[in-house]
Ligand binder design. Structure first.
Ligand code: ADP
Length: 173
């Protein structure tokens, strides 16, 4: 029996510039844009992405995308073919929401499998405005991908800064 192995890579930079089949957006439930990586993706990808998000809100997702779930749209003028929007949890010191953070990764990979995407790039979901501590955000991300059983061949984690890239390299060692 063939066992699929997903290669995991780390690059430092801007996820909007990465040439892969699909990039993942750390969106919010409203799907209509926001700050951080979400804003960067909509700015770089152009209005087609927002138009498709609006159509999703008018049809399949009137209440928005639930935390831990994922949905794909066009990538507009980005080098990628698709944007997979997912919603990570807001970090809470009093409640363990790590299952939702892991679900954001695994649901994104399930959507990628449905699309037939072979190379997918992720930002570090929830590690910005949503406040997840960086070291644990990296640990949850890498273990969720490793345990996912996805058919995606290459997952690239895109660290925006050198500190995050270093944490990812440590986690992969
Ligand atoms: P969240 O609301 O899920 O925390 P953010 O967009 O605020 O999402 O941050 C998620 C991570 O994405 C943070 O580590 C942030 O530094 C990083 N980030 C922001 N812009 C980009 C970008 N253009 N490319 C890659 N990563 C980015």
């Amino acid at each position: 029996m063939m066992v699929a192995v997903t290669h995991i890579e780390v690059v430092q930079g801007d996820i909007t510039q990465i040439s892969v089949d699909a990039i993942v957006n750390a969106a919010n439930s409203g799907l209509l844009g926001g700050g951080g990586v979400d804003g960067a993706i909509h700015r770089a990808g152009g209005p087609e992405i927002l138009a498709e998000c609006r159509r999703l809100r008018e049809t399949a997702l009137p209440d928005g995308l639930p935390t831990g779930d994922a949905v794909a749209t066009t990538a507009g003028r980005l080098p990628a073919r698709w944007v997979i929007h997912t919603v990570g949890p807001v970090y809470s010191a009093g409640e363990d929401r790590s299952h939702l953070l892991r679900s954001a990764y695994t649901r994104s990979l399930e959507v990628a499998d449905t699309l037939g995407a072979r190379a997918v790039a992720f930002p570090l979901i929830s590690s910005g405005v949503y406040g997840w501590p960086a070291a644990d955000a990296v640990h949850q991300a890498v273990t969720a991908v490793r345990d996912s059983g996805t058919s995606v061949e290459t997952v690239t984690f895109v660290a925006f800064g050198a500190d995050m890239a270093g944490l990812l390299q440590d986690e992969l060692r």
